[in-house]
Design a protein around this ligand. Sequence first.
Ligand SMILES: Nc1ncnc2c1ncn2[C@@H]1O[C@H](COP(=O)(O)OP(=O)(O)OP(=O)(O)O)[C@@H](O)[C@H]1O
Length: 279
Amino acid sequence: MTNRYLSIEQVDMTFHTKGGASNVLKGIDLSVARGEYISIIGHSGCGKSTLLNIIAGLTESTSGAVILDGKEVNAPGPDRSVVFQNHSLLPWLTVYENVALAVNKTCARTKSKAERHAWILKNLEMVGMSHALDKRPAEISGGMKQRVGIARALAMEPKVLLLDEPFGALDALTRAHLQEEVMRIQDELGNTVIMITHDVDEAVLLSDRIVMLTNGPSARIGEVLDIDLPRPRNRITLADDPAYNRYRQEVLRFLYEKQRKVERLAERRDNPQPTKARA
Ligand SMILES: Nc1ncnc2c1ncn2[C@@H]1O[C@H](COP(=O)(O)OP(=O)(O)OP(=O)(O)O)[C@@H](O)[C@H]1O
């Protein structure tokens, strides 16, 4: 296992808008090993999606570089597939066809037609969607759409799977089921995953490391927490596990501290101290 399968090197991001320049990310440095599951957590608006989009090649960083398996990332590519919170399936295609579109595009040279067909079925089976191959997105639930999105992403055999709050729009039970599925698939395939989440329990349950971003502007990596819990992990057993609860507390402490800092700054801004009268 190399420790630098994916490296994010001194990445800065400044957006130039009508209102002026806003520096969102500052000096982001992170090395990810092959097969590692990383979660990125931080307050709303700190720049998590911006960072994920830079890794995906959808946004160009102002400076710094992203290197994946020895090659610099400059544009989107099939070696990085993204699953967004709001399933991005094509509504006029069936479940099967949505996955087929991606597979036919990425595997046309490496797999025969029959192999591609089997591969599409295998990936849909992996996420428990074999029963709905001919359904269109409007005919299936939000959780099912997300399953198809994950199957489509996995079927492209990316070097890195990028998940942007993949379970964010789902109810608690569906979310828990999908987390279990992703853990099982991760155990089976050993993908390299970077996932954005707002959910502390989800981050601890799924990750090998949690990367915590400070609040923007100019968000940095504040802390990185190694989650040294054996796999396979079981959420019920872990609920009483002292180590699991310690990790949870660590992340919550980080988030609360950052929140308190923002509140103190806002208070100072709204109630400026009167300047002392000169003697
Ligand atoms: N294309 C853009 N142009 C200008 N500003 C942008 C652009 N994309 C993002 N931003 C700004 O960058 C900041 C970070 O946004 P981003 O979506 O990365 O945050 P986030 O941490 O993912 O937020 P959330 O948790 O709410 O999804 C925000 O202030 C946002 O308005």
